[in-house]
Design a protein around this ligand. Structure first.
Ligand code: NAD
Length: 497
């Protein structure tokens, strides 16, 4: 691995001219794996110019041909999925199984992108007036931009550039500076699959590079995934510059456990969903809402959580890996202290967690708080670590009311054996992705990823049909053809008779 990661501009992978870079570390060991260059502003300009020039040709390539390129990319990703997962494990600390899942969920979106000819079909209406037909064409936008977070360095870039490119756009990817090696490999494989040069540009860096891409006059659409404060900044800056923007942001996801739920299933699901992937999933369950007699299960939940532990990426016994950074771990530990100071009951404390063989890893063990109230910061804030808080409700109505008052709306789950309760819940809950006896209801890519409230800013969501709308314009054509040469005065009215 080179000591500074390449960028892709000017039709090739090349070293950035920047003298400034950000170290990329293995979170289990603190070993510096590589450095991400802070791409210069001149290079950003070149990336946008090249993407703009490539668009002129790419937009004319027929959709079935674009889909065939994508099929080759999908095959290559499948062939290389374990190699990508290994890179991903090194820079995120994810267990190998979890890293494989990250890659696979991305490949599923590429499969969907292969379906682009059908997804880009417009609508036709014959004879809207005598002899006149109206039909729509779905056309690409131009240069699209993707800004991605650290927690899914394969899946989330693959939510974006394959669909944008399949629609006939060109794309500039600015991945997380914390784990940029995986996105670099994804873009290398994109070109190995045979795509023409310059369709996807890859730049590295942080806020300065993001802001330059958003405000550049030649970028048309911005896809962002990350935290709420940065999402709000990107949405405001993007819309102020009249860009099309979609921001998938942070979360605080609840699992409601009714007393009639299958207890074993519910607790197993809760453990995996709360501390799996080190609690660093935007769809992780971070609040358990125990209804009525289910409040008595807190001891069983603690026992189940205390049986899982973090470990190295290829350690068979590891349930999850380290936190992404030293700072992320410290932030989580400070929330554990805050929870204790605010009066919640800490029934399992993972702050002293160590892992044999990895003395420098960013470890946090499973942590559980009971008797949490909605005014506490451990309830209100996204902690993004393996910390589960438990709140109590007397009824399903009370649980729904509590969740609807929460400003986030990414995911929610209900465990029950009552169809009536499930139906009421799915109808009344103000959250965009609902699991019924499913802990992490991430939709497959033929649906869209539909977070609500502070978990999403924009109107068209990631992947599925909504992504096709996001990355395209609709052109509506009204046409009349004459069967014989008309004779007479020019018709100056626009009314259709
Ligand atoms: P982050 O907001 O810190 O970073 C996301 C991206 O924004 C990175 O590429 C980063 O370089 C860039 N960035 C950081 N600060 C910036 C600034 N001030 N101005 C402009 N750009 C900036 O997020 P993260 O810590 O990498 O990822 C975790 C967050 O992402 C969590 O909040 C999680 O819930 C959220 N997330 C949401 C979804 C979703 O679909 N809703 C999916 C995954 C992650």
């Amino acid at each position: 691995m080179s000591s500074v990661l390449d960028i892709y501009i000017d039709g090739q992978f090349r070293a950035s001219e920047s003298a400034d870079s950000i170290p990329v570390t293995n979170p289990a060991t603190q070993q510096v794996l590589t450095n991400a260059p802070r791409t210069t502003m001149a290079e950003i300009d070149r990336a946008v110019a090249a993407a703009r020039a490539a668009f002129a040709e790419w937009r004319t390539v027929p959709a079935p041909e674009r889909a065939r390129f994508m099929m080759r990319y999908q095959m290559l990703l499948k062939e290389k999925q374990d190699e990508i997962a290994e890179i991903l494990s090194q820079e995120t600390g994810k267990t190998f199984a979890d890293a494989q899942g990250d890659v696979w969920r991305g490949i599923e979106v590429v499969e969907q992108a292969c379906n682009v000819p059908a997804m880009m079909m417009g609508e036709t209406s014959e004879n809207v007036a005598r002899g006149i037909d109206t039909y729509s064409l779905i056309q690409p936008l131009g240069v699209c931009v993707g800004i991605t977070p650290f927690n899914f360095p394969a899946m989330i870039p693959l939510w974006m550039f394959p669909l944008a490119v399949a629609c006939g756009n060109t794309f500039i990817l600015k991945p997380s500076e914390q784990d940029p090696m995986t996105p670099n490999r994804l873009v290398e494989l994109f070109y190995e699959a045979g795509f023409p040069k310059d369709l996807v540009q890859l730049v590295h860096g942080g806020k300065e590079q993001v802001d330059a891409l958003i405000t550049h006059e030649d970028t048309k659409a911005i896809s962002f995934v990350g935290s709420v404060p940065v999402g709000q900044h990107v949405y405001r800056l993007g819309t102020e510059h009249l860009k099309r923007v979609q921001c998938m942001a942070g979360a605080k996801n609840h699992m409601v456990i009714m007393p009639d739920a299958d207890k074993g299933q519910a607790i197993n699901a809760l453990v995996g969903a709360s501390v799996g992937a080190a609690g660093q999933r935007c769809m992780a369950i971070s609040v358990a809402v125990l209804v009525g007699k289910a409040q008595e299960w807190i001891g069983d939940i603690r026992d189940a959580l205390s049986k899982v532990a973090p470990g190295g990426w290829n350690d068979q016994g590891a349930a999850y890996g380290p936190q992404i950074s030293v700072q992320a771990r410290q932030r989580i530990l400070s929330y554990i202290e805050k929870g204790k100071a605010e009066g919640a009951t800490c029934v399992l404390d993972g702050s002293g967690c160590t892992v044999e063989g990895y003395p420098d890893g960013n470890w946090v063990g499973p942590t559980l708080f009971d008797n949490v109230t909605t005014g506490m910061s451990i309830y209100k804030d996204e902690i993004f670590g393996p910390v589960l808080v438990s709140v109590h409700a007397d009824s399903l109505e009370q649980a729904i009311d509590l969740i609807n008052k929460n400003p986030y709306g990414n995911g929610v789950s209900l465990f029950t054996s009552s169809g009536g309760a499930a139906r009421k819940f799915q109808s009344e809950i103000e959250v965009g992705q609902v699991g019924i006896n499913i802990p992490i209801p991430v939709p497959l890519p033929f649906f869209s990823f539909t977070g609500w409230k502070n978990s999403f800013y924009g109107d068209q969501h990631a992947y599925g049909k909504q992504a096709i709308r996001f990355y395209t314009e609709t052109k509506t054509i009204t046409a009349r053809w004459f069967s014989s040469e008309p004779v007479g005065d020019a018709n100056m009215t626009i009314a259709l008779k």
